[in-house]
Design a protein. Sequence first.
Length: 150
Amino acid sequence: MTEYNSKHGLVSKSPFELYMSFVDMRNFLQMLPEDKREGITADFDTITGTVQGMTLGVRVLNRHPYSRIDFTDNGGPVRFSFSLYFDASNEASKTDFYIRAQADLPMMVKMMVGSKIQKALDKVVDSLVDISEGRMPEGVDPEKLKDLKF
């Protein structure tokens, strides 16, 4: 398995608040635009959908209240796992947020997408920091975030 570590970002929410927004997989479904929800299902522990003819799923493996959530694949062609970390910061009501991911990728696939995975993880962190500070990340329609509980 290849490991990827995102950058750290200081999110303007407490670890409790941030953790609670990620603990329920149905929240991920709510973040998707209406036209992208077709064929995607979610419950508290899992989210599953079909992308380009392949069924992919993610399930919660472990919840460590207010500090970490571990996820793993729930079927599909690629084995992967990732963890979201919610560490308390020295600054009041802020969280040091980062992601650690592992993927079992064939060598050719790893060479083609490895750097893209790293960039995607960093972009998730940057976007979460921006949203927590009231800035819209590049390419995000604020109308799609209006109902998000964060």
